[in-house]
Design a protein. Structure first.
Length: 620
């Protein structure tokens, strides 16, 4: 509805004034749009690009940033894993840059994996854990468990012998598989997880580098990452850390001390093997420990050996309890390190290359390398990651776009009753506001009470204080009447609003008295006069009150947080607050964007009612 009429617009001064007003309004709108766009951009961010302040997500157009986000997600945001894999001095995932693609390298790696036997200690799941959001494979595993449990937590707990309360608790982590202390536990849920893990594509796996793990946890920890100091400590002449390969067996020279310490104390026993010639020594150790009693050993191991001579080295990939303790003790204190050797993915890969290619020169020609022998070949994990990135860039892009929002929607819709509580609360707030306030305002307008102005003054005084001033007395009253953690606690304190009553009272006063008198003469009762005349003529202002009641209830956080602390009574605002306490910054902004949508839609679809209620409060 135009504020300036057609006649007024013919004047040059009026046109200039009109243009100036619109220009100011446009500039004002821009100042509001800019922070909103910043919030939307931040809602797509992760730990890699959370400091990139922009009105648009830069990874939409920059593959370098998208690659960094992918690497961070692939390695579960564990920077120590990144440093070990790339044998680099990266301080964070923000330092990673796009590398050179090696055509065919990824295919060779997958060919090796396809033709070799694998175990659960060789790799962990990529995109399986992150701080404050649900990565792709965590969601995939949870979806699998939900499907097998028919989305029923009771069925899940019975099926897997668990005590899970919320679906978000269905998550497992095992990225530290190279540590000596790491063991894959055996229970129904972890067994399901291992089956899920085996079914993943190669690009969804991370094969940790024993070469890099050795460097970081022995040499670099002692002498630092300077290549000259490392060469001095190991008596080598490496040009970069990329060239380092941990020997399969105990070497000679200064490296032997580091190798011995690493294999005896640090690396997981799944990465080690023992010469079969040491089996008798292992049997003698068990004899001594169990006092030459095979029955005692069988009772401890839950086995059925006839004698100690039948015992061989256990399956190092499936060993737990007393058997693992004994085997680990044998490695750490009994067997000579000269009889130990590394049995890792990287060494099996070198053996595969030696069997596939005639000589190292053929391999060097294919991948533009200069290794002297197959024993010197290093696994280029960075080239592998970049190859997977190029192959699946579109899928990776959309995963980075949607994952923060998936976390929010999953939490809102599946973890608790926040959405239901908010909808019910908003509807009750609107209904009570449209009943209580008009009744009070109509009574003061229609019946001319002596205390009308005193009542109005009292109502207006409530507007002089911040709402939370009444928070403590309201809380105490609700607690006394045992109404905490109920919808009554949210509705009762806000049923009557001083501003709404004041606004409606003035509106009712402006209505023609003749209408009420005519209705009374025709025999209409007071209820019918109120409903058919006063309320029917008050639709514009009632719409404004309904919208204000909606906004007040929807954005209510502090009071709802105080009086409804039971998780089952949380509203969306409270749930968003709780979500932001344990989530990443990007997830928090995604929650705010989603929370702003209902308010934005209300404004878009009801703006005519809002303007009509403000500008044209009466129709005579």
């Amino acid at each position: 509805m135009p504020i300036i009429g057609k006649v007024g617009r013919k004047s040059a001064k009026v046109r200039i004034l009109n243009s100036s007003i619109h220009l100011v309004l446009i500039l004002g709108a821009i100042t509001m749009i800019y922070p909103f766009m910043m919030m939307i951009t931040a809602s797509f961010s992760s730990s890699v690009d959370s400091n990139n302040y922009s009105v648009y997500p830069k990874f939409f157009f920059d593959d370098n940033i998208l690659y960094k986000k992918y690497i961070a997600s692939k390695y579960n945001e564990e920077s120590t894993t990144l440093v070990e894999q790339f044998k680099s001095e990266y301080f964070s995932f923000r330092d990673v840059n796009v590398t050179e693609d090696l055509p065919g390298y990824k295919d060779l790696w997958e060919e090796f994996l396809h033709n070799s036997s694998e175990n659960s200690y060789d790799y962990f799941i990529a995109e399986q854990y992150s701080r404050g959001l649900y990565p792709k494979n965590e969601r995939a595993f949870r979806s699998l468990v939900k499907k097998k449990s028919k989305s029923d937590l009771d069925i899940l707990n019975e099926k897997y012998d668990t005590e899970i309360i919320y679906w978000e608790q269905v998550q497992l982590r095992e990225e530290k598989i190279l540590l000596r202390s790491f063991t894959i536990e055996s229970n129904k849920l972890t067994d399901e997880y291992q089956d899920f893990k085996k079914g993943l594509a190669y690009r969804e796996r991370v094969y940790p580098s024993v070469d890099g793990h050795f460097l970081q946890n022995t040499v670099i920890q002692e002498v630092g990452s300077d290549i000259s100091k490392i060469n001095e400590a190991l008596e080598k002449d490496y040009r970069s850390l990329d060239e380092f390969v941990i020997p399969r067996r105990k070497p000679e020279g200064k490296l032997a001390e580091y190798w011995d310490y690493y294999c005896k104390n640090l690396v997981n026993i799944s990465q080690l093997a023992i010469d079969e010639s040491q089996t008798p020594k292992y049997q003698e150790m068990l004899k001594e420990k169990y006092a030459d009693s095979i029955d005692l050993l069988n009772k401890t191991y839950k086995s059925s050996y006839a004698s100690f001579e039948e015992i061989n080295f256990p399956n190092k990939y499936d060993i737990r309890g007393a058997r693992k303790i004994d085997y680990q003790f044998f490695i750490e204190t009994i067997v000579d390190s000269n009889y130990l050797y590394l049995d890792t993915v990287e060494w099996r890969y070198r053996d595969y290359l030696a069997s596939k290619y005639k000589n190292i020169g053929e391999y060097n020609d294919k991948f533009a390398s200069n290794f002297e022998s197959f024993n010197d070949v290093t696994v280029n994990y960075q080239a592998l990651s970049y190859g997977y990135f190029l192959q699946n860039k579109s899928e990776i892009f959309w995963e980075m776009v949607k994952r923060n929002y998936i976390k929010v929607l999953d939490t809102m819709l599946l973890s608790g009753r926040a959405v239901y509580n908010t909808i019910f609360y908003v509807l009750l707030a609107i209904i009570t506001a449209l009943i209580v306030n008009p009744l009070a305002a109509y009574a003061m307008s229609r019946f001319k009470l002596r205390a009308t102005y005193k009542i109005l003054l009292f109502l207006m005084l409530t507007m002089a204080f911040p709402p939370m001033v009444m928070g403590i007395p309201n809380f105490l009253l609700l607690k006394k009447f045992s109404l905490l953690n109920t919808f009554w606690a949210l509705i009762l304190p806000a049923m009557a609003d001083g501003y709404f009553i004041f606004l409606l009272k003035g509106f009712f006063d402006s209505l023609p008295k003749e209408l009420f008198e005519s209705a009374t003469i025709d025999g209409a009762g007071e209820v019918r006069v109120f409903w058919n005349i006063a309320m029917q003529l008050s639709k514009p202002i009632m719409a404004v009150i309904a919208l204000n009641a909606f906004n007040a209830a929807y954005r209510n956080f502090m009071f709802a947080f105080i009086v409804c602390q039971d998780r089952n009574m949380w509203t969306m605002m409270v749930h968003i607050y709780q979500l932001m306490q344990r989530s990443s910054l990007g997830v928090g902004y995604a929650a705010l964007v989603i929370a702003s949508i209902p308010t934005l839609l209300v404004f878009i679809f009801f703006q005519n009612i809002i303007i009509r209620g403000i500008v044209v409060p009466t129709e005579k």
